[in-house]
Design a protein around this ligand. Structure first.
Ligand code: FAD
Length: 376
């Protein structure tokens, strides 16, 4: 499948599965699974998985474009989809390991759902402070700890879980394991997903004397921390792409509304003071889209995208917070109605400022790079 076909299928998928605004607030696991299976049928769960392994073998840019379209309809669903996709793509990279073969077909067909778990109740921004412990036992590792705020945490079958093998050692002791949610020692918690991103099925889980086999250690201590940070650049760019998708959709809605709503005998769009707020949004949206395109090209070229990915996410999330609020205001009271996605999108921008590196963490990263980047 090529990018054009995938884009058409994504729009068709949205038309069939994301039209009911009220459904997006529902949290029954069956609904989340049903949507991801439909996304898999549309070919969305294997975009970056090589063709020889059952995927489409397409680029990061293509994934970011699909993320833009899906988030325009629903950010929570876009995050749910991309997180299960990423587990498939990550496992495909390590397919020489038999464990990847166990999960990949199910993830590609949508029968299985994946998630990636770094965050814990006592460790978010400071990833090196995680307390989930991995202890050596004959034939594998025993995992004990708690993960929280994990997208798909309520419905995932397979988790990439980061744990500390040498308590007190920080980053070098962290390893990554494949965890099977059906096995003894795994228990989901009852934390509810924030309603604005209910369709992300965000939740937490406990590991109590959970045994991971030796082959399920996918990144050993010494490599797991840096691998997590390497993949996070892509995550920052697709979150920025999703912000662009939400602003583009809000702008489209406001523009349409401005043609039909009359005030003082004229359409809203005829009032200069009203339409300038849309022009402002269009300018900043374009700038954010260019940043996403440039950062995506760097990732596809295998270049170091750390600095641009951080700048792109900070710019796009702030742009979305400012302009979705302004576009909602441009619809007057109607903008608050659930029939429009603007309130949901606005709340989702708050999530976007936290996931995959909060704004403050990214500003810290960008400021530490200044000597290098200003010298370019
Ligand atoms: C809906 C949702 C889905 C998520 N999905 C996932 C997932 O799939 N997998 C996963 O592992 N995690 C996930 N997360 C967790 C997310 O990555 C964390 O929320 C994020 O890392 C911030 O951690 P925290 O919430 O614990 O905030 P904290 O780390 O406690 O920080 C609180 C505030 O202080 C600021 N802050 C912290 N340290 C500093 C500092 N040194 N200087 C200045 N400011 C600072 C932060 O920016 C933040 O604003 C998700 C979160 C949400 C809300």
């Amino acid at each position: 499948m090529n990018e054009e076909q995938l884009t058409a299928r994504t729009r068709e998928f949205i038309g069939l599965h994301v039209v009911q605004s009220a459904d997006l607030l529902r949290t029954e696991p069956a609904l989340g699974r049903q949507r991801l299976q439909a996304a898999a049928c549309a070919g969305l769960t294997g975009i970056q998985v090589p063709e020889k392994l059952g995927g489409s073998g397409l680029s990061f840019r293509c994934k970011a474009n699909i993320a833009t379209i899906l988030a325009g309809a629903d950010f929570g669903l876009a995050m749910s989809w991309i997180n299960t996709h990423n587990v498939a793509a990550d496992l495909a990279r390590w397919l020489d390991q038999p464990i990847a073969n166990t999960w990949l077909p199910g993830l590609l067909s949508g029968q299985m759902i994946g998630c990636t778990a770094l965050t814990e109740p006592l460790a978010g921004s400071d990833f090196s402070a995680i307390r989930t412990v991995a202890t050596r036992v004959p034939g594998g590792w025993r995992l004990d700890g708690e993960k929280s705020w994990i997208i798909n945490g309520k419905i995932a079958d397979v988790m990439l879980v980061y744990a500390q093998t040498q308590p007190g050692q920080g980053a070098p002791g962290i390893a990554c394991f494949v965890v099977d949610a059906r096995r003894a020692g795994f228990e989901r918690d009852s934390q509810s997903s924030p309603s604005s991103v209910a369709s992300s099925f965000t939740g937490g889980f406990h590991l109590k004397a959970y045994i991971a086999h030796e082959a399920e250690l996918i990144h050993p201590p010494g490599t797991a921390f840096s691998r997590a940070l390497a993949s996070i650049n892509g995550a920052r760019v697709y979150v920025a792409a999703m912000c662009c998708g939400m602003v583009a959709e809000s702008l489209r809605i406001a523009n349409e509304y401005g043609q039909s709503r009359l005030t003082f005998g004229k359409s809203l769009a005829s009032h200069q003071g009203w339409r300038w707020s849309l022009a402002d949004a269009a300018i900043d949206l374009h700038a954010a889209q260019l940043m996403v395109a440039q950062a995506s090209a760097q990732i596809d070229a295998g270049k170091d995208a750390q600095d641009l990915a951080a700048k792109t996410k900070v710019f796009a999330t702030r742009m979305a917070q400012r302009h979705i609020a302004a576009l909602m205001h441009a619809l007057g009271a109607q903008g608050l109605r659930d029939t429009y996605p603007l309130m949901r999108h606005l709340q989702a921008t708050q999530v976007a400022t936290l996931t995959d590196g909060s704004t403050e963490m990214l500003l810290e990263r960008i400021s530490k790079n200044l000597n290098k980047t200003l010298g370019q």
